[in-house]
Design a protein around this ligand. Structure first.
Ligand code: SAM
Length: 203
């Protein structure tokens, strides 16, 4: 029998935040992303998007490093409010309470940061995720972050796992693969179960 997914809409995600069903929340930028951010140069002020950002510790880390053009998008208002409270200097105009798939590409982004958003989407949306990331980025722009390389079993709720072969097929039409391998500095609970990806938009 097919698994029937609940509607993974704003109400679903807001209810998870309201009831504390947010085990994905690590309370800080994860080590692989922090290490990646540490070698980025804020001088050119790249335009950065973090979709499905949740409480957005990655945005906080980038903001504190001097990146001024960081935008976070989430269907649910609650985690965006949490970011605004935690980091009062984060620009209110950069908090986008919006569906990722509705975000416009004008102006395009230089970098999209992925952290437990891809795994939160219904798997049928994965091709559209790759396509929309490419749409939002300038030619040569970067999609960087982490994808679970794990089997979470059949579940009606996120997170949804997968394999690197499956993921490669989604991104290959739009991106050159600079890095696509098991992260070496994951949090202990995620050790050996996540890919660090750094993909450059073709064109
Ligand atoms: C598993 S949580 C991860 C949150 C955050 N990235 C983290 O690691 O703490 C997934 C997040 O994606 C958001 N979300 C789900 N579908 C979305 C969509 N289509 N557009 C924007 N945000 C979405 C949810 O509200 C939720 O905050």
């Amino acid at each position: 029998m097919d698994t029937v997914l609940p509607a993974l809409d704003a109400a679903y995600w807001s209810a998870r935040y309201a009831t504390g069903r947010d085990a994905w929340d690590t309370g800080r930028a994860t080590p692989p992303l922090q290490a990646y951010f540490d070698q980025l140069d804020p001088t050119r002020q790249p335009r950065i998007l973090i979709p499905g950002a949740g409480r957005a510790y990655e945005a906080e880390a980038l903001h504190r490093r001097g990146f001024d053009q960081v935008f976070v998008a989430d269907l649910s208002a609650a985690p965006l409010v949490a970011l605004a409270r935690r980091v009062p200097g984060f620009p209110a105009a950069h908090l986008l309470e919006a569906n990722f798939f509705d975000l416009p590409a004008d102006p395009p982004y230089d970098l999209i940061v992925e952290q437990t958003f891809f795994c939160a989407l219904a798997p049928t949306l994965r091709p559209a995720y790759a396509r929309h990331c490419a749409h939002l980025l300038r030619p040569g722009g970067t999609l960087a972050g982490l994808l679970f390389e794990a089997d979470f079993g059949v579940s009606p709720e996120p997170p949804f796992g997968g394999t690197r072969e499956e993921y490669r097929a989604y991104f290959a039409p739009y991106f050159d693969f600079q890095h696509f391998d098991t992260a070496h500095n994951s949090l202990p609970a995620r050790q050996g179960r996540e890919l660090f990806i750094c993909l450059k938009k073709i064109g």
